[in-house]
Design a protein around this ligand. Structure first.
Ligand SMILES: [Zn+2]
Length: 268
């Protein structure tokens, strides 16, 4: 990596760090990745790692801090390309983000916060004003989207699943996720856990023709769970989720190489 920039949306981060350092140890450890504060402003813990010149119209994003294979393969792919940046949420290695304010403590799945309905469902409010928590989370999500994603033409998300968890099979007719799917391509050469989940016919056709597992989201009927794919479809932004089994590094790297070919064909 040529440079590594950590960006905080917090306007008064220095002041807050001084503030946190004066708290008793047990209070400070309640927070996971986000400073303890009584500010109405909360920022997602974004780290941006660049391998060269950032792309103006393309964003790569890693949202689940516990999906390390996805993070490492994305960084490796960017290193090979020698361009572009990865937006990465880092907050102690857990899937969910925990926030401790003086008014409220809560936690949420960072890939369920990009619509109002998603935030209401994902928010687990432990203490204090839950209305305040919902407001704070809404503001943080809006700031993140407006700063990094609203002007993107293509968003590439990287995720991992577990062997007893999600696979492309869930999206087949009759599967648990079938209502979210409008078209599906199954490759006999690929592991079912390694699949693309996309929002445009263009991406579906390109990736399916290269013999990958691909699911085209049904943008009209998909359940609004607040995930980035739902938001991207609402905004008419081309979105590709590169989803691979945990520790399927070689497969995920090959999938990212296909994404790079797609980027060169349509966006660069
Ligand atoms: Zn994930």
């Amino acid at each position: 990596m040529k440079k590594k920039i950590t960006l905080y949306l917090y306007p008064y981060i220095a002041l807050l760090l001084v503030f946190v350092s004066t708290l008793p140890a047990d209070a400070a450890t309640l927070a996971s990745g986000i400073p303890v504060s009584d500010s109405p402003i909360m920022a997602l813990p974004v780290t941006q790692t660049c391998a060269g010149t950032p792309w103006k119209n393309i964003v790569w994003v890693h949202l689940h801090d516990n999906e390390e294979t996805a993070r490492q393969t994305a960084l490796q792919a960017l290193n090979q390309i020698q361009q572009g940046c990865l937006l990465d949420l880092r907050h102690g290695g857990s899937r969910e983000i925990k926030v401790q304010n003086y008014q409220v403590s809560y936690q949420f799945d960072p890939n369920r916060i990009f619509t109002s309905m998603g935030r209401k469902t994902t928010l687990k409010c432990h203490q204090g004003s839950c209305a305040f928590a919902l407001e704070q989370l809404g503001q943080a999500a809006a700031n993140f989207l407006n700063q990094y994603l609203i002007h993107a033409q293509l968003i590439v998300a990287v995720h991992n699943n577990h062997l007893d968890g999600l696979s492309v099979r869930n999206y087949r007719a009759g599967g648990t996720m079938a209502p979210a799917m409008s078209q599906i391509a199954i490759s006999s050469d690929s592991n079912p856990h390694d699949f693309f989940y996309v929002t445009t016919q263009q991406a579906f056709n390109f990736l399916a023709s290269r013999n990958f597992n691909v699911v085209l989201q049904n943008n009209q009927q998909v359940h609004d769970d607040g995930s980035l794919s739902v938001w991207a479809a609402q905004q008419h932004i081309d979105y590709i989720n590169v989803e691979a089994g945990i520790e399927h590094s070689a497969a995920q790297l090959a999938m990212l190489a296909a994404v790079w070919a797609y980027m060169q064909e349509y966006y660069i």
